[in-house]
Structures are given as C-alpha cells and as structure tokens.
Design a protein around this ligand. Structure first.
Ligand code: SF4
Ligand code: FES
Length: 337
C-alpha cells in the first residue's frame, strides 16, 4: 500500500511512491540510474516543455490498481502522469527499445552527422542517444534539408541544419526574457527556428538558449572552434552577481577561461539559469571565486584527461624497476590531483 496521498508506481520492476500528478519521467528520475528515459525536449525548469521528440516513450503494462488494463500504445513519459499501482517498462521492454531506435533514426533524418566539427560534440544528447540507440543505416533516401548559418547577435549562432525542433530555446525566450523575439515558423518539413525579421537575440538571459539546446544548433560564438570540450577542465565557481545567482561552471584550458556555462545536474539540465554578463563578459579567473572541479560523469568524454578521480591500485612490486615505476606513477597522480 502506498503512503496516504501518494501513488505507488513500478518502473522496470523498481517501486517508488510519488505525489499524484507526477509524470512517469519524473517518477523515474526519482529512482535514478539507467531506467530514466532519455529526454530531448522536456526540461523540468521550462513550463510546457515536452511532448515533441518522443525519445522518452515507455510501455505502460498495467494502467493502475483500479484499472489494470495496459495502455494500448507506447506513451511519452514526460507527458503521462502516474496512477496508483501503475507498472511501466522502459529498458526491460524490447518494444520500447525498438521504438526508441526508430525515433533516433527519425531525429537524424535531417540532422547532419558532423560531430567531428560540431562544438556540441562530447556534450550532445543526440550524439549520446545515437550511440546508445542508433542504427548503422537509414531508410531515408532523400537529401537532408539545409540552411545557411545565421548569427543571432554577436554572441549566439544558429545552425538550423542541426535543430531537432525541441522548442526549448523558444520556452527560454518566452519565460526568461522580457520580450519574445524568436519562435518556430512554418509547418512540417518547412518548420524552422527564426527571429522572424532576423532580429538579434539580445535579452539579458537569452544566452541560456545555448545551454538548453540539446544539439549544436545554438552555439556560443565566443567559444566556437576554440577547443574540444574534452580538452577543457570544468570548475565550479561563483561571483556576486546583481542579476542572477552567479553560480556557474568555468571551462578552463590551462589558465584561460574559454567559456562560462550554467551548472548542469545529472540529467543535463541547468540548475540555475545565468545572465549574459556572467556568461559572456566575465572570463577572467579574478572575476570569480573558485569552488572545486565540477563533478563529471565518468562515462562522459569530458571526464577524459581528468585524472583527479583516478585511484591507482595499491600494487606492491617486488621487482625494483617495477616498484620505481609504480612510485613514479603514484607521484604523477598526486601532482595531477
Ligand atoms: S535550436 Fe536547439 S533548443 Fe532550439 S528548437 Fe532547435 S534543437 Fe531545440
Ligand atoms: S522528452 Fe518526452 S517527448 Fe521529448
């Protein structure tokens, strides 16, 4: 029995009790780990987001305690709320995994495979999704639609070829800034993100469109082509900012701050949106109070070259040469901490 006022739901056999009105996706996030469905368009901090990309599809094998019939079709977990006694299958359902493959193929119909030259490589949700659920081929035989790159002001560039029309950037503009300057125009294959009359995006919080874009469609012009993300070192820092919380991640190459972003949580969402001044105009270490290296998921390529989490095995070699090599390795690890 669920605690009073709570609904008990099971996802891939793991039970959790959540408040009525919670979506399946957020119930899964409360459990955490691999059973959390991927989400390319839902963003918990943006009201109304979700329901666009279908990557979060799950199977409801039991509707509720009162009505145990399964749902006839796979459902978008970011838009479906839980019922008491509901049973959901995600990674345990071959049907869901097969459908997710098709969704990835669909998202890649128009998305170019230009990861080697894309600034988002290494932190792109679509790239991760393709590795996990992509197929080696596509049944789409037509030419991909293409667009010219457009500078949206001096700080942001839109590369519409890569956009998957998740609408997150539109919600950022609607909900975080004083005036709405862009949206989606056109229908179907003609849909595109546009500022209507090519106006620049210059609101104080508009830089957050870069952080919420799950692919490399909206990029930071002050960082473009400066480096690959896995060669940089993220460090959490803060400053006394009159406009936002001032809590950011600084991305270092040597002593140089190459870019500033909001801090992201385990689901890749920004914890607190930051202002344009923090993001674009304060790139000196002296502008910031440094806290600690940003925790990076060790499955991420960003974790490459960051040896501070490396725990060397406590092997004692009897051979003198090997022992010296071992000591040298330990000393090197110590220096890199
Ligand atoms: S530009 Fe990025 S954030 Fe905006 S709709 Fe396209 S993919 Fe989503
Ligand atoms: S995350 Fe649910 S439909 Fe996109």
């Amino acid at each position: 029995m669920a605690e009073e006022g709570k609904f008990k739901v099971s996802i891939d056999g793991i039970s959790v009790e959540v408040a009525p009105g919670t979506t399946i996706l957020n119930a899964a996030r409360q459990i955490g780990g691999d059973i959390v469905p991927p989400a390319m368009c839902y963003y918990s901090k943006l009201e109304g987001s979700g329901g666009k990309c279908r990557t979060c599809l799950v199977k409801v094998s039991k509707g509720s305690e009162k009505d145990p019939r399964p749902m006839p079709k796979l459902v978008a977990s970011c838009r479906t709320t839980v019922m008491d006694g509901m049973e959901v299958e995600n990674i345990t359902s071959p049907e869901v995994l097969e459908a997710r493959k098709s969704v990835v193929e669909f998202l890649l119909i128009n998305h170019p495979l230009d990861c080697p030259v894309c600034d988002q490589a290494g932190e792109c949700k679509l790239q991760d999704l393709s590795y996990e659920h992509g197929t080696g081929h596509t049944e789409f035989e037509f030419a991909k639609r293409t667009f010219e790159r457009i500078d949206k002001g001096d700080k942001i560039q839109l590369h519409m070829n890569r956009c998957i029309l998740c609408y997150r950037c539109v919600y950022v503009a609607n909900q975080l800034t004083d005036s709405r300057e862009h949206g989606v125009i056109g229908r179907g294959i003609h849909s595109e993100i546009s500022t209507y009359i090519e106006k620049a995006l210059h609101n104080d919080f508009i830089g957050n469109v870069i952080d919420v874009c799950p692919v490399g469609a909206l990029t930071d012009r002050t960082f473009r082509f400066k480096n690959r993300v896995w060669f940089t070192k993220p460090v959490d820092a803060h400053r006394d900012c009159p406009t936002c919380s001032g809590k950011v991640t600084l991305w270092y190459k040597g002593d140089e701050v190459l870019r500033v972003t909001g801090r992201k949580d385990e689901f890749g969402e920004v914890e607190e949106f930051i202002c344009n001044t923090c993001r674009f105009d304060t790139k000196q270490t002296t502008d910031w109070t440094l806290e600690a290296p940003t925790p990076v998921d060790d499955r991420s390529v960003i974790a490459a070259n960051h040896y501070y989490q490396f725990n060397p095995p406590a092997v004692i070699h009897t051979d003198k040469k090997l022992q010296e090599a071992n000591e040298e390795q330990l000393a090197r690890t110590e220096r890199l901490k």
